[in-house]
Design a protein around this ligand. Structure first.
Ligand code: G4P
Length: 533
């Protein structure tokens, strides 16, 4: 394949994630975007999956019970000649590590806010990760059909709470029940929407100018006047989106709409395609950049998932292609194992359905059947592996020992422990001093423990006992520092051989640090901490 052909494919790709506080409308927006992309015939398919109507694995049933999205899936769809790769990120804060890693595979983030609630706690956390990694962010203010906060206050809130300039690119005509359309501040056209029952089809719309007489005939005079005043103020006072500032993460273009009613989605999608960058050069550890077109094939594993489907019972490793072309059957170098592997079982997923992928380009996500060969952070490449920056790691804040209730289930318990820890949903430790030889698990939130136990039971038939430990803080240490440790520390070792110290509280950690100044306490495993510094 010629470089020009690869370049054409790269340019038409957009790889993005939607970030939102739970309930802001991420699932609904996803569903509507897919509808425009023709990936699903009827809206409702994604929702049905979320609710577990077509769930074939048990832990999806757990998502249904909880009403949360635990897993991240990658969906690909085509719209107007562009290929969109949508990474779905779980909204629940207990799954933040998984979410953070998924965001590392995205080139743009769409931040969905509930117009009635504004910036919520989980929005702030996710926003920060995008910002730290320099991912440009586009804001979609959803639920405009419901009572909203004052629109200027909403923009102000984004600026004050998130510290990013918020620049509206469209402006709504009316809010709540009176929300009738969206005005494009650039082409100065007003898109008036027709309600469709349940927002199930693409919304029909008419285009009008802001001063058309038909508006006065059709809508309440007060609403039309307020709208005209507002757009005058906004057009004059705020100015157009500065694409450069957006790409640098200093500015977020703002759109208004209602996902459930399908109002403003198509306009948003068109604007998104214009603004969102295609896969670009990737910064490497040595400060140089990886060219997506010129460099040979390379990709990294950002997610591992066991038991995607009970019928298959296999583990899948999700790769983001960084450069070059992936062809099924390709022989690649595996950076960690230092050997060649043949990539013959490659898939794309839509919920539980899978299709073979024969060809993929930078920005695309591929699922590989993983018989234990691939771990999060592995780099696969034709030729020398590019030194990609490490995926973020977080020191766990919650710890417990976990043991198997029935010794007959011990073998499958151990298998489940390893496979699920490999997914990275929590950290698995062992210790000589804590827990009497029983495995220790560490997480960011309690829900991770519950899901872990439930999956061990459902997928590995292992009933378990969990004993919460009193620690709330952990820090990695360099192996070389082990000899300097006093005898009374709570030392654990993770499945990759990294050493960690556990503390009851921040105070205890600080006390330890004061008395052991030569030992460096690290926020990330030593190898990554080294690279990040
Ligand atoms: P999430 O993935 O971010 O958690 O949110 P989700 O899309 O599931 O939406 C949360 C709730 O908000 C859903 O209602 C959904 O229908 C509703 N919603 C989404 N977009 C809009 C919108 O533009 N306007 C209004 N009024 N509501 C919206 P639910 O009652 O939890 O579920 P359902 O019974 O409607 O499916």
């Amino acid at each position: 394949m010629s470089l020009a052909e690869i370049e054409t494919e790269v340019k038409r790709r957009r790889t993005f994630a939607i970030i939102a506080h739970p309930d802001a409308g991420k699932t609904t927006l996803t569903e509507k975007l897919l509808l425009y992309g023709g990936a699903i015939q009827l809206a409702g398919a994604v929702k049905a999956r979320k609710q577990g109507k077509s769930a074939t694995s048990d832990w999806m049933a757990m998502e249904k019970e909880r009403g949360i999205s635990i897993t991240s899936a990658a969906l690909q769809f085509e719209y107007n000649g562009s290929i969109l790769n949508l990474l779905d990120t779980p909204g629940h804060e207990d799954f933040s590590e998984d979410t953070y890693r998924t965001l590392m595979a995205a080139d743009t983030a769409v931040m969905v806010l509930d117009a009635g609630k504004g910036v919520e706690p989980q929005t702030v956390k996710l926003f920060r990760v995008c910002r730290d990694r320099g991912i440009p962010i586009i804001t979609f203010i959803n639920k405009m059909d419901r009572p909203t906060k004052d629109l200027y206050s909403l923009l102000d809130e984004i600026e004050k709470v998130l510290g990013i300039k918020a620049v509206p690119d469209v402006w709504p005509l009316g809010t709540g029940f009176d929300f009738k359309g969206v005005y494009d501040l650039r082409d100065q056209q007003l898109y008036l929407f027709d309600r469709t029952p349940g927002g199930k089809q693409k919304a029909g719309f008419r285009v009008a100018g802001p001063h058309d007489k038909t508006l006065d005939e059709q809508f309440d005079a007060e609403i039309v006047q307020a709208f005209r005043d507002q757009i005058e103020l906004v057009s004059g006072g705020i100015g157009a989106v500065d694409v450069d500032a957006f790409l640098k993460g200093n500015e977020t273009p703002v759109y208004f709409g209602s996902a459930v009613n399908n109002f403003g989605i198509e306009l948003f999608l068109n604007k998104f395609l214009n603004l969102a960058p295609p896969p670009d050069h990737i910064p490497l550890r040595d400060g140089s950049y990886l060219d997506p077109v010129q460099a040979p094939f390379s990709a990294f594993v950002f997610k591992v998932q066991a038991n995607m489907n009970k019928a298959h019972r296999d583990r899948i490793a999700f790769l983001r292609v960084c450069s070059g072309v992936f062809e099924r059957g390709l022989n690649v170098n595996h950076n960690r194992l230092e050997k060649q592997v043949k990539l013959s079982s490659s898939f794309a997923f839509f919920g539980q359905d899978r299709n073979t992928v024969d060809l993929a380009y930078p920005g695309d996500i591929i699922g590989l059947v993983n018989p234990g060969t691939f771990k999060i952070g592995d780099v696969l490449s034709s030729g020398t592996a590019p030194a990609l920056r490490p995926l973020p790691s977080f020191a766990p804040e919650l710890f417990a020992t976990i043991s198997c209730k029935d010794t007959l289930q011990l073998k499958s318990f151990k298998k489940g422990l390893d496979q699920l820890a490999e997914e990275g949903i929590l950290h698995l430790f062992s210790s000589r001093t804590i827990g009497g030889g029983v495995p220790i698990i560490g997480a960011m939130g309690k829900l991770q423990f519950e899901v872990f136990q439930r999956r061990l039971k459902d997928e590995y038939n292992a009933d378990t006992n969990l004993q919460i430990l009193p620690y709330t803080v952990s820090r990695w240490i360099d192996r070389a520092d082990q000899t300097k440790l006093p005898s009374n520390v709570n030392l654990v070792e993770d499945m990759f051989g990294n050493l960690s110290l556990l503390f009851d509280s921040e105070w205890d950690m600080n006390y330890f640090q004061k008395n052991n100044e030569t030992i460096q306490l690290l926020n990330a495993p030593p190898i990554d901490a080294l690279e990040l510094n």
